[in-house]
Design a protein around this ligand. Sequence first.
Ligand SMILES: NC(=O)c1ccc[n+]([C@@H]2O[C@H](COP(=O)([O-])OP(=O)(O)OC[C@H]3O[C@@H](n4cnc5c(N)ncnc54)[C@H](O)[C@@H]3O)[C@@H](O)[C@H]2O)c1
Length: 316
Amino acid sequence: MKLLVTGGAGYIGSHVVRIAEASGAEVTVVDDLSTGIVNRVSCPLEEIQLANDGAVSQLTQLMTETKFDAVIHLAAKKQVGESVEQPESYYKDNIGGLANLLTAMRATNTLKLVFSSSAATYGMPDVEAVNEDYPPNPINPYGQTKLVGEWLVKAAGVWGLRGVNLRYFNVAGTGHPGLGDTAALNLIPIAIGQVKSGKSPIVFGNDYPTPDGSCIRDYVHVQDLAAAHLRAVEYLDQPKRSFDTFNVGTGVGASVIEVLDELKKASGVDFEIEIGDRRPGDPPRLVADVSRIKNELGFECEKNLGEIVQSAWDAS
Ligand SMILES: NC(=O)c1ccc[n+]([C@@H]2O[C@H](COP(=O)([O-])OP(=O)(O)OC[C@H]3O[C@@H](n4cnc5c(N)ncnc54)[C@H](O)[C@@H]3O)[C@@H](O)[C@H]2O)c1
C-alpha cells in the first residue's frame, strides 16, 4: 500500500509513519517543517506548505507521479490560544490546506482520506462520555477549523471521496525515542518540563464538580492513536460505510491530579503540586464514548495512563 502522510514530521504524524511502515506500507511525507522536525522523518519527504498558492500544482504532480492508495492528513496548526489571537491564519492554514489537498486528490482521482479532527469540536459537552452524535459546538477557532474540515471532507463525497474523520482526545506518550511531543502545550509535557527544572506543576482549578476537583480528560497513547489510522484506512475499503466520524479515546477519564500522581511514580520524584485559578474554556470533563470505533473498526486502545506517562517521561 502507498500512503501519503501530511504532517508526518510532527509528533503524531511521525508515529503514524512508523506504524504504517511496520505494516509494510510505502510512505511519503508532505510537511512544511513549521513545527515538524526533519530528523523524525524516516521516509521520502516533500517540503510543501499546503495552504500556499502553488500547493495544488505541487500536490497534483506528486500524486500523479505516485498513485497513493490513501492520504492521512495531519498537517495543521494546533495551538488553541494562538488560534484565538490569529483566527485568519488558522482558517487559512487548516481549511485552505485541506481544500488544496482535496483539489489535488480530486484532480488525480485519489479517493481515500483520513482526517485529523479533534475533541475540540465538542466544546463543553455536559455528559459523562461524549459520543459522535453529540451536537458539536467548538469554542475556539482551532476547534472550528476542525469541524469545518469535517464538513468539507463529507461534502467532497460528491466527487467520490471516501473520507473518515478521527476526533482525537488527549494525545500523549511516546512510542519511539526521538518522537516525543516537543511542543509542550499539553499537561504531560508541561508537567515533565516543570519537574525536570525543579518546579511544581500547576493544577488549574481544584473546584470543578469532579471527585478530586481537577479536570478530567481521556488520555490516548500516541501509538494506539497511530494504529487507529491504519484501521480507518482499512474501513475506507468497505464499499458500504455507516459512519464518517469516530472518537479516538480510551473511554476512561483521568483527572489532572491522577496524571500528576502517575508522573510521581514514573519520575521517582515526590514533587509538590501548586493549585492555580481555573482557565477559561476548560470543560470539567471530556471523555470519549468509544463504542462506535470499537463496533465499526474493531479498534480499542491498549495502553493505560501509567504506560502513557512512563513513556513520555522516558523519552524526555
Ligand atoms: N496533539 C494533540 O493532542 C492533538 C489532539 C487533537 C488533534 N490533533 C491534530 O493532530 C494533527 C497533528 O498534531 P501534532 O500534535 O502531531 O502536531 P505537530 O505540530 O507536531 O504536527 C503538525 C505537522 O504538520 C506540519 N504542518 C503544519 N501546518 C502545515 C501546512 N500548512 N503545510 C504543511 N505542513 C504543515 C508541521 O510542520 C508538523 O510537522 C493536527 O492536525 C492536530 O490538530 C492533535
